[in-house]
Every structure is written in C-alpha cells, then in structure tokens.
Write a protein that binds this ligand. Structure first.
Ligand SMILES: *[C@@H]1O[C@H](CO)[C@@H](O)[C@H](O)[C@H]1NC(C)=O
Ligand SMILES: *[C@@H]1O[C@H](CO)[C@@H](O)[C@H](O)[C@H]1NC(C)=O
Ligand SMILES: *[C@@H]1O[C@H](CO)[C@@H](O)[C@H](O)[C@H]1NC(C)=O
Ligand SMILES: *[C@@H]1O[C@H](CO)[C@@H](O)[C@H](O)[C@H]1NC(C)=O
Ligand SMILES: *[C@@H]1O[C@H](CO)[C@@H](O)[C@H](O)[C@H]1NC(C)=O
Length: 298
C-alpha cells in the first residue's frame, strides 16, 4: 500500500468515526427522564397506570404527580391508602380526570372483609374530590337484640369474630332507623358510595351492591393531553415543584417543541438513531475500530 492510498484510507476512516461520534452524541442526548417514564405499567390486574398516577415501588416518582402514588396489592390490584383505608383502584378515566375506587374490605363479591376496620374517610390534603357523594353509615359493636326495624340493615363482617359481633348495620344517613341504631351500636363510620339514578329513593337499598361498587373521585393535577399529543411523557420536577413534559431533547413546561416531536414521529430517523446507538455499544464492547485498522493495515 503506497503512502497516498494509506492517507486517503485513514482520512475516510476518520471521517467515518466522526460521523459515528455525531450519532452517538445524539443517542446519549435523549433525555433520561423521557426514557425512564416511557414504560407503560400496571399491576397484575386492573387498569393501565399512567400520569398523574405512578406505582411507587415500580416507577420513579417523577413519572407521576405528587399525591398520585399507587401500590400493587398482594392480590395484584392497584391500591391507594386514604385515611387508613385501603381502596382498590378499579378504573381510571384519563380523559375525565376521574377514577373509581372501592374499599378493599368489599373487594370480593361473595363475602365481606372486616367491615368494622373501616375508618372515616377524609380527602383533606388530597388532590381528590368526590364526583357525587352519598354516605352509608356502617355501625358496629351493636347490642345483640335486633329489633324488627333494624334486621334489614344487618350485614356480615368478615372479622373472624375477634372483637364482639361479626355483624353490624348498614344504612343511608336519611334512614328513619338511624337514630335507634345509634342507641344500640357503640361505633359508626361513614363510607362514601355513589348512588346512580333513583337508587337513593328506593326504600330497599341493597347496601352491599353500593359498597362493592364504590365511588368515583375527580382529581386535580396538570392536564397531560398536550404533552402526550406532542409525543412527550408527562412528569414532575420536585425541585421547581412543577409539571414537566419530558421530551427526547430535555424537559419542557407544557409540551414538546415540533422539532423533537418530528424526530419521534419519523420512524425511519428513529430507527437509524437506534441503530447508531447499538453500533456505539458495539464499538465500545469489541473495540471494533482497532480491529478494523488492523485489517486495513493502517
Ligand atoms: C405503598 O406502600 C408503602 C409501604 O408499605 C407505604 O409506605 C405507602 O404509603 C403506600 N402507598 C400508597 C399510595 O398506598
Ligand atoms: C385536557 O386538555 C384536553 C386538550 O387540551 C381537553 O380536551 C381535556 O378536556 C382536558 N381535560 C380536563 C379534565 O380538563
Ligand atoms: C381483598 O382484600 C383483602 C384485604 O386487603 C385481602 O386479604 C383479600 O385477599 C382480597 N381479596 C381479593 C379477592 O382480592
Ligand atoms: C320501627 O319503625 C316504626 C315505624 O316505621 C316505629 O313506629 C317504631 O317505633 C320502630 N321501632 C323501633 C324499635 O325503633
Ligand atoms: C365518623 O364520622 C362521624 C361523622 O362525622 C362521627 O359521628 C363518628 O363518630 C366518626 N366515627 C369514628 C369512629 O371516628
């Protein structure tokens, strides 16, 4: 190989390396938060979980919004704890900013969990509000003599009968027996439910149907739609305590600028980008360049 040929070869190889470095640079420049919050998640069962919700042990909190952390229960359902109660998240309507909850005491359609363990719920300091709140009173530690008026309100508690009766009463707040039930029961709590149509006016309310259906909450958090439409991933910056839209280049206030959106939509470009990232890894791993130089004898 003469001197001139060797020079041209070396120059073109350098150019080639330069090109790769440009591509590698592009590859490493993809915002890490964009990548981390890219994965859709869910528990074994239940709805798809995405912004503003996130699963505490599975995702980074910055992929969600403060106050929207969920856990997966041992049974594989997404759950949230509010005021000492565990609620199963049944359905999430991202368009409406509403979700359906039910107390996990009522998660089975055949038997109740320990009803007397339910605590009064408060949404104080939570980014949630009831869509349509009705209340059912749950009375426990009640006197054994059951009057005729109260018998239709009796419900089974699945507490194992440890602390007294394994039953109690359920009734809506307006029920005329409420005062007399208060006389014979030591403890009462209010459980939120949502009555549909004329359910409340019906005299024979099926309390268990209502309790097992649960209720809806409306949430207050930044609207993610614009960010998603611009191909970003919604998230949160704890330092500035603000909503963020994670884009391929960096995080933005509301949505991704058109140029970065284009990179994502242009699948061919995206493919090339990924290929060059793969290639960058290959270079690192196998010292590909050194090998090539030897082969070429330069
Ligand atoms: C999730 O579980 C952890 C540990 O048990 C607990 O500290 C946290 O409050 C739970 N979060 C929710 C949203 O229930
Ligand atoms: C969120 O924004 C989208 C479009 O910007 C709008 O259609 C939607 O109604 C908004 N959602 C809420 C709950 O405000
Ligand atoms: C319902 O929740 C209780 C308490 O969290 C749990 O022990 C039980 O296994 C759950 N049942 C179902 C069917 O998920
Ligand atoms: C049962 O209800 C009737 C009217 O519905 C009332 O007159 C009566 O006093 C009630 N009895 C008890 C023990 O509360
Ligand atoms: C639950 O709330 C109701 C109404 O505020 C109250 O009367 C009741 O004593 C509370 N129960 C407990 C166990 O705190």
């Amino acid at each position: 190989m003469n001197q001139e040929k060797r020079y041209i070869l070396r120059a073109s190889l350098n150019l080639c390396v330069f090109c790769f470095i440009l591509q590698i640079d592009k590859c490493s420049a993809v915002d890490p938060q964009f990548v981390v919050c890219n994965k859709p998640v869910n528990c074994r069962y239940g709805p798809r979980i995405s912004f503003p919700f996130y699963i505490e042990d599975v995702q980074k909190s910055y992929c969600g919004y403060p106050g929207f952390g969920l856990n997966c229960s041992e049974q594989g359902f997404p759950v949230v704890h509010i005021a000492g109660n565990e609620y199963v998240v049944e359905d999430i309507r991202y368009q409406d900013h509403t979700f359906q909850l039910k107390n996990s005491v009522f998660n089975s359609s055949v038997s109740n969990g320990c009803v007397s363990a339910i605590k009064n719920v408060s949404l104080y300091n939570r980014p949630f509000d009831f869509v349509k709140k009705s209340k059912i009173y749950l009375l426990s530690k009640c006197d054994g003599s059951i009057s005729q008026n109260l018998s239709k309100h009796m419900i089974e508690f699945g507490c194992g009968g440890e602390n007294g009766n394994d039953w109690g009463y359920a009734m809506i707040a307006e029920d005329e027996s409420f005062e007399s039930a208060l006389q014979v029961c030591e403890k009462h709590v209010m459980a939120p439910v949502e009555m549909l149509g004329d359910e409340g006016s019906n005299r024979d309310v099926d309390y268990l149907v209502l309790l097992r259906r649960g209720f809806r909450l409306k949430w207050t958090a930044a609207n993610c739609s614009e960010c998603v439409e611009s191909r970003g991933h919604c998230g949160f910056d704890v330092n500035t305590y603000q909503f963020k839209c994670f884009c391929t280049d960096r995080s933005h206030a509301l949505s991704c600028p058109p140029s970065t959106a284009k990179i994502k939509t242009d699948s061919r470009h995206s493919f090339l980008l990924h290929r060059s990232c793969d290639f960058a890894l290959l270079l690192e791993k196998k010292d590909f360049l050194a090998q090539q130089s030897q082969v070429l004898g330069i």
